[in-house]
Design a protein around this ligand. Sequence first.
Ligand SMILES: Cc1cc2nc3c(=O)[nH]c(=O)nc-3n(C[C@H](O)[C@H](O)[C@H](O)COP(=O)(O)OP(=O)(O)OC[C@H]3O[C@@H](n4cnc5c(N)ncnc54)[C@H](O)[C@@H]3O)c2cc1C
Length: 444
Amino acid sequence: MDFMDCDVLVMGGGVAGVAAAVAAARTHAKTMLVESKTFVGGNGTTGLCLHNFTTKNGKQVVYGLAQEVVDRLVAMGGAVGHVPFKGFVNTVTPVDGELFRIACTQLLDEAGVIVLYGTNVVGTQVDNGFITGVQVAVKNSLRTIRAKMYVDASGDADVAVSAGARYRKGNEKNGKMQPISMLLRAYGTDNIKIVDTLSSVEPAMASKSGVPHKIPVYFNGTFGKWNNIIREQGIFPNDDHKVFFNTVWPNQLNVNTSAVMGIDGTDPLALSRATVQLTQQVYKIAEFLKQYVPGFENAYFIPAVFAGVRETRSIQGIYEISDDDVKSGKKFSDTIGEVCFPVDIHNPDTGQAEFHPIGADGAFDIPFRSLIPSNLENVVMAGRCISASSFAYGATRNMAPCLVTGESAGVAAAMSSSKGICIPELDVKELQATLRERRVYLGE
Ligand SMILES: Cc1cc2nc3c(=O)[nH]c(=O)nc-3n(C[C@H](O)[C@H](O)[C@H](O)COP(=O)(O)OP(=O)(O)OC[C@H]3O[C@@H](n4cnc5c(N)ncnc54)[C@H](O)[C@@H]3O)c2cc1C
């Protein structure tokens, strides 16, 4: 065995990959995680809310490792729990991005996962539907890592697609993909003043130890008051541009408003171009906020270190989660967890967000079959590249579902590895029993 060989190889260390690797290692598999960036935690490190743990009726339906991450962050001062919100969701779960990264790093290390940073998966070796090795580019060389089971948490389904999985890229009608954005962090803000000036909703308010009063942790609004300036300065082409704010601090805010349209996040040149445009766009936004929006006058701004990709590929699984499954709050006998965040689609032409509620009790199940590529035997998907229609993808791509699919994929891969069976042959009841032992919520 090469020192890099393992039982379970997880590719991609975003929120889904972290959950998958921790879960696999805790299921006694020798687990390796490869991540092309120099840190783990993906989009969670930009300080967004982990959407979402409770349904529109206020019932919590996401537990397991996802809840463990929140509990750990609360203890570290990097989260304030599930905070009531009177908007498009019943609660929000904001986190501090840097503490999220630290918590992910700790969890992986404690579980015994071998993490290989700065490593890109560039190809696969496949034999009759079985991946026999994954080619990775490490510093100065190409290496092959061999595992019994593979978890594709690359967001873009790089591994499954390279191995021959069928997939869709972008919207099923026109191939368009949701915009790419870069988060902007502002330090030294007066958040109460910003809420008063800009929020179009009642903010989610949370208590934080060491802070004598409740603080606004999530709110949103538009730049409608400043349409002329926004247009004159060429920041956005549209009026009333939406802006979302998250924080767990009284004097810091993560600003989510930038957007570049028409970018294929799997195209390295296009993504690099978008990174240049977004870095310039968030600089302009920062200058605008400082000059015109009360509460930002003394702020210091730092752009996120990467451009966030919302949508690329979705593999064709044994089952694809459909529009109707979302609209009817469908339950499945092979469920591995629930999704309760509404469908959140950022319009590929305007960049503006639209929300569509989940039907019935406000949650739909994720069937295990939607994690399994229809034509591969030893790879399981986790995170935003599972099998879902474009509409359903608007819900499954969010971070709580990504943590849920990550945990299940990791457990499934470890179980299949120790039993020496293919992923599609795994006894779902046994998988569900193990998930329940780990406090994963699978319905009543
Ligand atoms: C701007 C923006 C705002 C968002 N807002 C929210 C929000 O408020 N709340 C919410 O819950 N969700 C939000 N989302 C959605 C959510 O953050 C993502 O869909 C989710 O984090 C995806 O997680 P993932 O682990 O599946 O994929 P990713 O985060 O895309 O992670 C994939 C990881 O794999 C690595 N990787 C990719 N290819 C390779 C390769 N070939 N080799 C090695 N490594 C590779 C990447 O570097 C990355 O770290 C937002 C997304 C964006 C872009």
